[in-house]
Every structure is written in structure tokens, then in C-alpha cells.
Design a binder for this molecule. Structure first.
Ligand code: UD1
Ligand code: CA
Length: 462
């Protein structure tokens, strides 16, 4: 029976993320460390957003600005921040939000920024349980084989909740308890902040413990309920780099499995592929070993991605071949193109259908139209190249004069001879040719052959 309807009562989320995370041995705040390409805190923010809270309040402290930016990137205007100047314990962290939440007459869902695996269903179950029991405080617990390090849920002989005891403050008997406090709670805002006033730093660490709030609420005649979660893994926080790597590995394996089972992607060696959870890959695409696919990359059907390739935030059409050791960042490759080996496409490089970019070719902020080829040892920057044009080996767009970047335009059906330097801004007209070693400083009219240093028109090709 749900007496307090969640939809009629506002929900505020409180994310505690002020600490450094000493065990990471890092200068970066723990919640900013990345998992599957996103900061840890982004996962928590994405998950709680599904609950449609009134606001997401984050307690920041260490590297406050960076943490705020990471939260804002996900939650936008839902997000607000309070600062905990000194880390005096989890209770003190929540205390920093008193002004914002004390009189909100809302449910407060409190959790840490470093529990990326928490599922929205579990949070819903906790809230549901909270409403059904009419509790002032509900705690999400789980049972662990090895509870070392966690706060223990202490119950009386009837199994009723009594208190939470931290590992360091627990006696021998309490340490035997395998039911632990996940650190995820649901509170009535008023009860929470009333109880917080009574928390004292009387423990081994001399900190203000949020966990003491439960006992205080109980003593004041309030109800504290415990919801026992089924999945211990999802509430486990990340404390060390070793744990971070384990999470990364698990996430990676599940993303790859999903691509194989649901999308029909072939992995030559699934244990040596690195695929972001946000990537989409079409069926019958073959991924060779040691391929890294990052960010929101979309790869179409029937592509072949050879070893050592990295593709970041890019889009590939169908039947694209990317040969070994190529890097593709923020770029777009249409269907039936070939790239590599050892090619580098970046900053909005666009290859239209059937374009080919080969060995040791770098393409930056440039478009190669249908069927155009640059097969060897070339730099194309700030260039627009027409259809069916051939860019000879060693061609360079000299796009930078030391101060500014300039554009190169090469029209359709041009044959750029080997080792041509195109000194931008410059335009090469349709059907023209540049002889090997030309240094093109002036626009080349259509249908002409240029040669020399600097290149001059030698003849009309018509
Ligand atoms: C806490 C709980 C413990 C629970 C465990 C689950 C307390 C006293 N203990 O222990 O019962 O089993 O979580 O993971 O709450 N933080 C701040 N400001 C502070 C202190 C901490 O922002 O002043 C942040 C930390 O950066 C961290 C989180 O709160 O992300 C937890 O703090 P920590 O001191 O590590 O508590 P635990 O020992 O994990
Ligand atoms: Ca912790």
C-alpha cells in the first residue's frame, strides 16, 4: 500500500562528491576519473535523472569547478551545487545542503558520486519501500561475502534495524555481520536535517557520520526501514585504480557481448577490443584485434576495421574498410570508402562515397568528394576536393602562413602530381594537372597543366 505517492511529492537528489578519493592516489577528484569514456559521476547523474527529480543537488569540494562541469554536462538546469569547504565526514557533507533542502518537504535520495553501476530500478524500489513503510529514513543494504571496510547494518534479535556501525568502530561481533550499508538512502527532508543537528564526531575518525542519522531518527520515534538490494555489484563504489580497471573491463565485455549477440558484429578477439558503451556498430562488420572505438561513434554494416585502429566520435557508412593503425577522430566516412593503413582523419574530415585515403595521409577539416583518392604521404588541411580527383603522393596543402589558416579548393577530375605544394588560399580548376614538384601559389584555371616553382601554366589540355 503506497500511502505517500511519489509522484505527488517532490523528489530531490543529493549527490555527495566533495572528496578527493585518497586511495586513487591521484590529483584528480575520484568522481572525475573516467569509466568507458565518461567521468564516474556522469553515470550517477544519468541514472537519477530517469527518476525525474525536482533538482539534483551535488555537494562539491575538491576540484569543485571540474566536478560541477561534469554534472552540468549531464543534468543542465536540473543541477545545483553546494560547497563543502572541509571534508569533515559524510554527515557534514549533507549538512552543506541544509539551506537548499531542509524546508523542501521532499524526499531526499542521497548517494555518492562514485557508484556508477547503480540501476534506476533499485533506486525506484528503495523509494517505493520508503513510501510503503512510511519511514523517515530508508537505507539500501546488501549482503556481501566480504563486508570488510563497509558500515554494518546492526539489527536486534527480532531483525529490526538498530544502527549502522562503521568497520573501524565495530566490535568483533558486529564485524561478523555481512549486511552492509550501501551509502544510498531515502530521507524525509525535515527528519534528515533535524537529526543531522544531533550528529557528533564521536568515532574513531572524528568525523560527522551521516550513518548516525538513522539511529538518531529511531531514538526520536521515527521509523527507519532497510531495503535489502539483490545485486551487491551495482552499489559497489570505486576506490582504487585496480577497481576502476575491473569496472572498465566488465563494462567493455558487456558492451562487446551486446554487439555480438544483438547487433551481429564479428569480433576476431573480443578480449582485445575496446568499444565504448555509446558506440553503434552495424551487422556483419568485422572488428579485428586491438581496435578502440570511443565516444558516440556509429559504424554501418559490412565494414572491416583492421588492427590498431582508433575511431572516436565519428560516423562510418556501410562497407567501409579501415586498414591497420589508422586514427579517425570527429570525422565522417561515407559508404564504400577505404582508409589507411596509417591514415589520420581528424576535425571534421569528410570522405564522400568511394573516396580513398591511403598510407600516411592526414586529412584535417577537409572534404573529399565521391571517388577522390589520396593514396600516399599527403597532408590535406582546410581543403575541399571535388569528385574523381587524384592527389599524387607527397602532396601538401600549405594551409598555414604562420598566423592564419587558408583554404584550398581542388575541383573535379583534377590530377595533382606527386610532391605538389598547394600554397593556400588557392584553387585548382576542374580537369587540370599539376606536374610533379609544382609549387602552386596562384589559382590554376580549368583544363590546364601547370609546372615549376612557382608553377606556371604550360599548356591548355583541351
Ligand atoms: C560510507 C558509509 C558506510 C558505507 C559506505 C558505502 C559513512 C560514515 N559511512 O563509508 O557506512 O558502508 O560509505 O560505500 O557515511 N565525502 C565527502 N565529504 C566528506 C566525506 C566524504 O564528500 O566530508 C564523500 C567521499 O568523497 C566519498 C563518499 O562521501 O565519495 C563516502 O565517504 P567515505 O569517507 O569514503 O565513507 P566510506 O568509508 O566509504
Ligand atoms: Ca567509500
Amino acid at each position: 500500500m503506497s500511502n505517500n505517492n511519489t509522484s505527488s511529492r517532490p523528489l530531490n537528489v543529493l549527490i555527495i562528491a566533495a572528496g578527493l578519493g585518497t586511495r586513487m592516489k591521484s590529483k584528480r577528484a575520484k568522481v572525475l576519473h573516467e569509466l568507458g569514456g565518461s567521468p564516474l559521476i556522469a553515470y550517477v547523474v544519468r541514472t537519477v535523472q530517469v527518476l525525474e527529480p525536482q533538482s539534483i543537488v551535488t555537494v562539491v569540494g575538491y576540484q569543485a569547478e571540474e566536478v560541477e562541469r561534469a554534472v552540468l554536462a549531464e543534468a543542465g538546469e536540473l543541477a545545483s551545487f553546494v560547497v563543502q569547504e572541509q571534508q569533515r565526514g559524510t554527515g557534514d557533507a549533507v549538512e552543506s545542503a541544509r539551506k537548499v533542502l531542509e524546508n523542501s518537504q521532499s524526499l531526499v535520495l542521497a548517494l555518492y558520486g562514485d557508484v556508477p553501476m547503480i540501476r534506476v530500478e533499485t533506486l525506484r524500489n528503495l523509494i517505493e519501500h520508503h513510501n510503503q513503510t512510511g519511514a523517515a529514513c530508508s537505507i539500501l543494504s546488501v549482503r556481501l561475502e566480504n563486508p570488510t571496510g563497509y558500515g554494518r547494518i546492526i539489527r536486534d534479535s527480532n531483525g529490526e534495524f538498530r544502527k549502522i556501525v562503521e568497520q573501524r568502530d565495530a566490535n568483533e561481533e558486529e564485524r561478523q555481520v555481512r549486511e552492509i550499508n550501501s551509502g544510498i538512502y531515502c530521507f524525509e527532508s525535515k527528519a534528515l536535517f533535524d537529526a543531522l543537528r544531533k550528529v557528533e564526531p564521536k568515532n574513531e575518525q572524528g568525523e560527522y557520520y551521516l550513518t548516525d542519522v538513522a539511529e538518531i531518527i529511531l531514538a526520536a520515534g521515527g521509523t527507519v526501514s532497510v531495503y535489502v538490494g539483490k545485486d551487491a555489484h551495482e552499489v559497489s563504489g570505486i576506490n582504487t585504480r585496480a577497481e576502476l580497471a575491473e569496472f572498465e573491463n566488465r563494462m567493455r565485455r558487456s558492451a562487446i557481448r551486446k554487439l555480438m549477440i544483438e547487433s551481429g558484429v564479428t569480433f576476431i578477439d573480443p578480449s582485445h577490443a575496446y568499444i565504448s558503451a555509446d558506440a553503434q556498430i552495424g551487422r556483419d562488420t568485422i572488428i579485428h584485434p586491438n581496435v578502440t572505438i570511443e565516444g558516440k561513434t556509429i559504424i554501418g554494416e559490412g565494414c572491416v576495421i583492421r588492427s590498431g585502429v582508433r575511431i572516436t566520435n565519428s560516423r562510418l557508412g556501410e562497407a567501409v574498410t579501415v586498414k591497420d593503425h589508422s586514427i579517425i577522430v570527429d570525422s565522417e566516412i561515407e559508404s564504400n570508402c577505404a582508409v589507411g593503413p596509417f591514415a589520420h582523419l581528424r576535425m571534421n574530415a569528410v570522405l564522400e562515397e568511394k573516396a580513398t585515403v591511403g598510407n600516411f595521409v592526414e586529412v584535417k577539416k577537409s572534404r573529399l568528394k565521391r571517388g577522390t583518392k589520396a593514396m600516399h604521404l599527403t597532408y590535406l588541411g582546410d581543403a575541399t576536393i571535388g569528385e574523381r580527383t587524384n592527389i599524387g603522393a607527397g602532396t601538401i596543402t600549405c594551409n598555414y602562413d604562420g598566423k592564419n589558416k587558408h583554404e584550398t579548393i581542388i575541383e573535379d577530375d583534377v590530377k595533382v602530381g606527386s610532391d605538389t605544394m598547394l600554397v593556400a588560399p588557392v584553387r585548382v580548376g576542374a580537369r587540370s594537372m599539376t606536374a610533379a614538384g609544382s609549387v602552386v601559389t596562384k589559382d590554376v584555371p580549368p583544363d590546364s597543366l601547370v609546372a615549376g616553382v612557382p608553377a606556371k601554366v604550360k599548356k591548355n589540355l583541351k
